[in-house]
Design a protein around this ligand. Structure first.
Ligand SMILES: [Zn+2]
Ligand SMILES: [Zn+2]
Length: 430
């Protein structure tokens, strides 16, 4: 997660009161939004297991008169609201899943929930703030439903499961929603999303045009050599030496091949496995790692380069390689369309005050959100909503995914106001 001194300075500025465009509408829902958030927080559900959350969402949307679709990507829910006036179509996405983390925050509604994860019983916690996302989007659903008579266009509210990734062996999240036809009968003109973050103080919203969150590609390289006694290495084709050369050569992808003046990128090897005994050259060695980028072209270049290096270094050592670059579980760059981002930024400034909207730092984490808009080739915008209490050092606050992740509930008001304004301005064409 991006943590800069800049955030801390701006966060201090953000503690002053802001001008709120749709204050009254959000204020009247705030009690309910807070109640939903606390209830969801107390009853978190792991990825692809969000059945209770999904039912709460679906029941509420039905009550509000939305056209409700359930069972998309297992527990996903979609609600569509048609305004009485003509206008564009907008999709807004919130995620619903929690993490296998045991909560260490002293709250009256702290989670005591247990779940099954990778065959083990684990604590479950909304350590990434998806409880807040779901609650804010339900609040938005109510506000928009009440405005239906004056509402131009159509809104699709997407409540997505498994953003944190489905359990191994299962499909899930945004790609499964796409596969299940989430946009088959309703094609939005744009998709909006937001995320609460500990790195910003409550009252501050961050947004940036272009690559806002990194692509994430996992890779796997298996070097096949020839086994021999360690005392006679000339009889071997050494996969360890070859794999080591691949790791070293791959360092030039970022340092010598990519234009890092344009955007940063990362190539990291996290697994290097080979051999079982000190005096045996093994048959194979395995490498696994991750590639992160903020530009689709750079991402593709890095993937191609790694494959090239793996194959040619192996050939130079008389070894062969088996490559999976990338493995199927990838996230693309979370790319904020520049023109649409300019519009959304103006809406955010209108909603919470110009001084409270900052240019967000890039975030090297990844999201499956961009897969929604990419699947139908429409622009998307994703912004960050500060969650750390005023007066605390946001840069050093327990981060998202920490058992100590703490969300100041003032975030609920700011986030709902921000998304409401962005949605209304988009639908009104202003
Ligand atoms: Zn997360
Ligand atoms: Zn998250």
């Amino acid at each position: 997660m991006a943590k800069t001194a800049l955030y801390t300075c701006l966060a201090l500025l953000a503690s002053a009161s802001a001008a709120h465009a749709d204050d009254a509408r959000v204020d009247s829902e705030l009690k309910q939004i807070t109640a939903w958030r606390r209830d969801l927080h107390q009853h978190p559900e792991l990825s692809n297991r969000e059945t209770r959350t999904s039912k709460i969402v679906a029941d509420e949307l039905k009550k509000l008169g939305y056209d409700v679709h359930t069972g998309i990507a297992r527990t996903g829910v979609v609600g569509i609201l048609k305004g009485d006036k003509p206008g564009p179509k907008l999709a807004i996405r919130a995620d619903m899943d929690a993490l296998p983390v045991t909560e260490q925050v002293d709250l009256p509604f702290a989670s005591k929930t247990k779940g099954e994860y990778l065959g083990k019983t684990v604590g479950v916690m909304h350590a990434c703030g998806h409880d807040a996302h779901t609650a804010m989007q339900l609040g938005l659903a109510e506000i928009l439903a009440k405005m239906r008579k004056d509402l131009p266009g159509e809104v699709m509210l997407i409540f997505q499961p498994a953003e944190e990734g489905p359990p191994p062996g299962e499909e899930g999240g945004a790609p499964l929603m796409v596969k299940d036809g989430v946009f088959k009968d309703f094609k939005p003109d744009a998709v909006f999303g937001m995320h609460v973050v500990s790195a910003l103080s409550v009252g501050t919203v961050g947004v940036r045009a272009g690559g806002a969150m990194a692509s994430s590609d996992t890779f796997r390289i298996v070097v096949h050599g020839r086994q021999s006694h360690g005392a006679t290495p000339w009889k071997s084709i050494d996969p360890i030496v070859t794999a080591a050369e691949i790791v070293t050569s791959a360092q030039t992808i970022v340092s010598r091949q990519l234009d890092i003046n344009h955007d940063p990128a990362v190539v990291t090897f996290g697994i290097f496995n080979g051999g079982q005994r000190f005096n045996i050259v093994p048959e194979t060695a395995e490498l696994q790692g991750t590639i992160r980028a903020f530009d689709e072209g750079m991402r593709q270049q890095a993937l191609k380069s790694l494959k090239n290096i793996a194959e040619h270094v192996a050939a130079a050592n008389n070894a062969t390689v088996e490559t999976e670059i990338p493995t199927p579980t990838s996230n693309p760059v979370n790319y904020n369309d520049p023109a649409m981002t300019a519009r959304v930024r103006a809406s955010l400034e209108k909603a919470i005050g110009k001084d409270h909207v900052i240019e967000a730092d890039r975030w090297m984490a990844s999201e499956d959100f961009p897969q929604l808009a990419m699947s139908i080739k429409v622009p998307s915008v994703y912004f960050f909503v500060g969650a750390t209490p005023a007066g605390q050092d946001a840069a050093n606050a327990p981060s998202n995914h920490s058992p100590k992740f703490f969300l100041d509930e003032g975030t609920l008001k700011i986030g709902t106001e921000a998304m409401l304004q962005a949605a209304l301005d988009f639908l009104r064409g202003t």
